[in-house]
Design a protein. Structure first.
Length: 230
């Protein structure tokens, strides 16, 4: 099997990435047709973690973080590391020292379907990380892998340069070529939800303005008034 490190992958405009980050995971997921969501076992190391950036993808052997170090050379400010392993792993392959390197190179977060360590230090640094597990089990640096190739992380396909949005709701992937369109759809959705929120606040029933009452009746659901005194 060949291994490679790809440099100079295209990325969306920073303002598009920032805008998607402001929308948050739930809105972005809905705006792109309920696609791109990673499986919920990938969770933030601390509850307030929030990040949006462009993916630098890493394929590593389980228990080996050599390729994370190799990836730092190709990172640009605003990138997020997306790390997968060739078979299931919970070893702590990322910790405080790599986070320090990430900060120095402008990397804004890390997503992995494996494990991380030094959770207290990552929290104190306010460096956002989403992982399958937190484990003190260390790793080696002895097996080659690849950087900036298509990977599957927690069930979601991630290509280099795709937009990653992550918060307390999870992690969603926006394909690079769709990022601007998804941002526009997400902003339209926010406007619509603001109007819906006002209607709900004023006491209107979603059952009525969503047209759900008629839908229930079409399904054969009956509305029956109970007899008084019973």
């Amino acid at each position: 099997m060949s291994h490679k490190i790809v440099r100079n992958c295209p990325r969306p405009a920073p303002d598009v990435v920032h805008g998607l980050g402001e929308l948050g995971v739930a809105t972005v997921h809905e705006a792109q047709g309920r696609t791109g969501l990673m499986k919920p076992h990938v969770r933030p190391v601390y509850a307030s973690a929030r990040a949006a950036g462009t993916a630098v993808t890493i394929s590593s052997q389980p228990g080996d973080n050599l390729m994370l170090h190799a990836a730092m050379e190709v990172c640009r400010p605003g990138d997020i590391l997306v790390v997968t392993t060739t078979s299931e792993s919970t070893d702590g392959m990322f910790g405080e020292l790599l986070a320090v390197s990430c900060v120095a190179h402008g990397v804004v977060g890390l997503i992995t379907d494996a494990g991380v360590r030094d959770s207290a230090e990552l929290t104190a640094m306010d460096f956002p990380v989403w992982a399958r597990a937190v484990s003190a089990q260390g790793t080696v640096k002895s097996t080659p892998g690849s950087v900036n190739i298509p990977v599957v992380c927690a069930g979601a396909l991630v290509n280099p340069g795709d937009v990653i949005v992550a918060d307390a709701d999870g992690v969603v992937v926006v394909p690079r070529e769709r990022a601007k369109a998804v941002l526009e759809a997400g902003r339209d959705r926010v406007v619509k939800e603001d109007k819906t929120r006002d209607r709900l606040r004023n006491g209107e029933l979603g059952l009525d303005f969503y047209g759900l009452r008629e839908k229930l009746m079409q399904m054969g659901v009956e509305f029956i008034d109970a007899e008084k005194g019973k």
